[in-house]
Write a protein that binds this ligand. Sequence first.
Ligand code: ADP
Ligand code: 5GP
Length: 199
Amino acid sequence: MKGLLVVVSGPSGTGKGTVCAELLKETKNLSYSISATTRQPRVGEVDGENYYFLTKESFEEKIRENAFLEYANVYGNYYGTPLGQLDERRESGEDILLEIDTQGALNVMNRCPDGVFIFLIPPSLHELECRIRGRGTESKDSLEKRLSSAEEEIRIGKKYQYVVVNDTVSKAVRQIQAILLAEHCRKEKDWKIEEVLKK
Ligand code: ADP
Ligand code: 5GP
């Protein structure tokens, strides 16, 4: 059975990276799609593990080569999902997790309507600000860009199939696992019926 394409989005600082890392650790058969970006690596980030860090020129060359499922300019940098082995991995039954911004997710909704779209939100805007500030990774300018687009971004969550509040990481992970289980049951319904009728 073809694997799920799972898309997780949410405003910067909501906890996508944290929740997705825990989800990947705790979920069998789910693997991460490593994005490409032109932003600078943060302390501790590893090329080919967190992102493929590319120059603007080589990113634009890949756009011309149609090497991305989707790409977007987010807070002044390019981010994109490499097509790579995505289809082959799904065909072999692997579920693939994409952690991408809302523009990219809306493009994937058009290109892959069979995807599972999950929007992660913080418990409040105040908590979101505390989390981004607490992470301590953003310059003043980058922080302002991220905070000023947060409210509008959260509203885009209405276009997703699911919204999960990242109150505690473990609760958010459990909810996403429940969504994936239900989506597998949905996907397998016709196959289950045929299997029973064969016996
Ligand atoms: P994103 O990937 O959405 O930008 P991160 O995963 O980097 O967000 O999380 C932003 C900050 O919030 C990090 O410092 C992280 O440790 C913290 N964080 C994530 N989830 C929670 C949570 N449920 N409760 C408290 N802090 C959290
Ligand atoms: P960050 O710089 O905090 O790692 O990511 C900034 C934003 O870019 C986040 O909302 C993240 O989900 C998004 N992002 C990461 N990878 C991709 C991608 O491949 N495509 C798109 N469209 N957005 C991405």
